[in-house]
Design a protein around this ligand. Structure first.
Ligand SMILES: C[S@@+](CC[C@H](N)C(=O)[O-])C[C@H]1O[C@@H](n2cnc3c(N)ncnc32)[C@H](O)[C@@H]1O
Length: 255
């Protein structure tokens, strides 16, 4: 039977990789690489660096495929993403069937952790459901950008006994009263924190966490929001891409 690993490689620093991930990396025959967008070159570089650094047996292969683009003609966001996943699942399926022989082991190197805002698991599930290909799956957890953010700011994710929320920039409410005391926000290309400037909140922001370009900013949201937006725009222009995550908190200081 073929085996497919989904290996969480951590969110940016090659040293975020776990011992379990290193063991899995060393049993892989074929790596499937599917990066997309402006960050493609740098993120591929990190994946290749991880393989070169941690794999002792150099007989593995890397197979890259072009990522389909989301169809702008589909107006509904969920429908657009679902169709994109369907197209990706067909590409993955064809690639696995073509490149992975019976008894061999393949892997997708997933940024951060495979369970967090990542579609690889859902896509692999679609392939399994079609029952054209038979393979076993194993998921190796990784260090998420959320963990990198809290570690670098030296803060706890939750207050004592409190719940936390996690959302995307697209979903971030303009009224924090309905949500938890602390909210982690990812995938925010629009600086959605600007919708919350009337509230008494603190922000802990991090870009390129774990990488050489890492930038950390924190303080009262109303006081530093414009600085974050400025730095974000400058860095995006300089590097050609940016990934940032932030925590918004009501209580100050964080315990
Ligand atoms: C598609 S999600 C993938 C999340 C990933 N699976 C994880 O475990 O962190 C991409 C988003 O994660 C966040 N992110 C990932 N890596 C990051 C990093 N090194 N620094 C800051 N944010 C990061 C950003 O919010 C980015 O828009």
């Amino acid at each position: 039977m073929r085996k497919l690993y989904l290996i969480g490689i951590g969110a940016g620093n090659p040293e975020y990789i776990t011992v379990q991930a290193i063991k899995a990396l060393n049993s892989v025959d074929v790596f499937f690489l599917m990066d997309k967008g402006e960050a493609k070159r740098d993120l591929l570089k990190l994946r290749k660096e991880i393989c070169e650094r941690y794999i002792e047996n150099r007989s593995y292969r890397m197979v890259e495929a072009a990522d389909p683009v989301r169809d702008p003609a589909i107006a509904d966001y969920t429908a657009r993403v679902e169709e994109w996943h369907r197209q990706r699942s067909l590409i993955y399926e064809e690639m696995i069937a073509r490149e992975l022989k019976e008894g061999q082991c393949g892997a997708f190197l997933v940024w951060g952790d495979p369970s967090l805002y990542d579609s690889t698991l859902r896509i692999i599930d679609q392939i399994k459901a079609r029952e054209k290909l038979c393979f076993e799956i194993e998921v190796i957890p990784g260090i998420t950008s959320m963990q990198a953010l809290t570690a670098r700011h030296k803060i706890s994710l939750n207050g004592i006994g409190e719940s936390i929320a996690m959302t995307t920039g697209r979903q971030l409410s303009s009224d924090m009263s309905a949500t938890a005391e602390r909210t982690i926000v990812m995938l925010d290309g629009q600086c959605s924190f600007n919708n919350l400037l009337d509230e008494d909140l603190d922000i802990y922001w991090g870009a390129y966490l774990g990488m050489d370009e890492e930038i950390l900013l924190s303080g009262k949201l109303s006081e530093i929001a414009s600085r974050i937006a400025e730095v974000r725009s400058e860095q995006r222009q300089k590097n050609g891409w940016i990934m940032d995550t932030y925590l918004i908190a009501r209580s100050s200081p964080l315990r």
